[in-house]
Design a protein around this ligand. Sequence first.
Ligand SMILES: O=C(O)Cc1cc(O)ccc1O
Ligand SMILES: [Fe+2]
Length: 474
Amino acid sequence: MPVTDFKVPEKYNYQNGFNSYHETEAVDGALPIGANNPQKAPLGLYNEKLSGTAFTAPRHENQQTWLYRILPASAHSPFEPRESSTYNTNPENKPHEKIHQIPNQLRWDPFDLDKSVDWVHSLHLVAGAGDPTMKSGLGIFIYAAGKDMDAQDAFYSADGDFLIVPQHGVLDIQTELGKLLVRPNEVCVIPRGVRYRVTLPEGPVRGYICELYQNHFTLPDLGPMGSNALANERDFQAPVASFDEDNDGKTTYTILSKFAGHLFAAKQNHTPFDVVAWHGNYYPYKYDLGRFNTMGSISYDHPDPSIFTVLTAQSDHPGTAIADFVIFPPRWLVQEDTFRPPWYHRNTMSEFMGLIGGQYDAKTGGGFQPAGASLHNVMSAHGPDAATHEKASTADLKPMKVGEGSMAFMFESCLMVGVTEWGLKKCAKVQSDYNAESWEPLKPRFKRPEKSSNDVSQGIEGKIGDKGQVPHWT
Ligand SMILES: O=C(O)Cc1cc(O)ccc1O
Ligand SMILES: [Fe+2]
């Protein structure tokens, strides 16, 4: 169900397309024609470039945007460290806040709402790998906030791109490039460096963030699926230019920077939201998960979950992701003679999962709840819990709709994902009985066949087209 059916109405205008070259002006004539940085930009604006890749990145990867603004972003006082003893979202930089690399399967009860903090102070690193100073890896955050950011504050992360997955509440995000309203079942990406302010028009908010310290999200290749499937380009929405005008020097604004996981603040006496026009392909965007065109098996077997990839951020090895964003939307299961939930598995990739709402079809035992999470790290064995196994292996295999009203997701990474002190202990949400509830109750069901399995006369009487049978005419 597209989120447009939800109760919180849309209130902004967007331009559509993924990685499209957009141009937008809030005042006619603000965009220069035929040049990026004319000697005098139109309407007395300043030219400013915002780059998301190296200048020399290959053309198909290159991301940048030209901004035409009332004053340049550089017109502020020097940054000073703020809350340096308390604010740290990069444990690698703080030896006593160590990251735990452990092979256990982990599951968290729903994370609490926190009405006492704003967006900037709501970010809790729960797990991650790598280091933003090396532009490598990813950070996985839980956010929970109940306050608007101050009217004169703007925040940016120099560390990476934020993929924000709201689970509860509405985010009204004013960015330098325009405004986005993001509701549960929608996701948004705010690229590294883009300044923004978050307000909460419907009260407290909670959700998940994958911060990508390297590369950017793209759409997955579709291969034999053809030219339309999964998340379609036209359903990604970027803001149109929208600006405030406050540059009489009377109001003090604060720019908050997350830089190597620490918070810094600088002052300026003009609004940071003064971009009158922009053009480029480096911009924030949102996507309604209800528009995902889900693919699946219409014959037999459970396919790899990569068919549910919304966005992927590749490592330097194509096909191997630093972060895949994968969803499990409502869908029909029709496979014949198939154990339909996920197989039991151990993967070279790590899997951090969250639940926006409803019930995830692979976990029916009740322990994986909306606003909770799980982590199955590199080679950590997992799969359906005992209750799901029992149900699925005895089910009447009629076509069946699963996940009605539900949306689970996964941040899948090729990296070994460590858990922070907050994630493992301080948040006090780790379930101690995850294994005992899920897999330890599974009983052996092995029965030796009466005939020896070496008997070569078995299995040659199938019809043409029977699976696993050698047709009799060969
Ligand atoms: O572990 C999980 O629930 C996620 C998952 C789902 C699926 O359909 C196949 C593999 C997989 O890891
Ligand atoms: Fe898995």
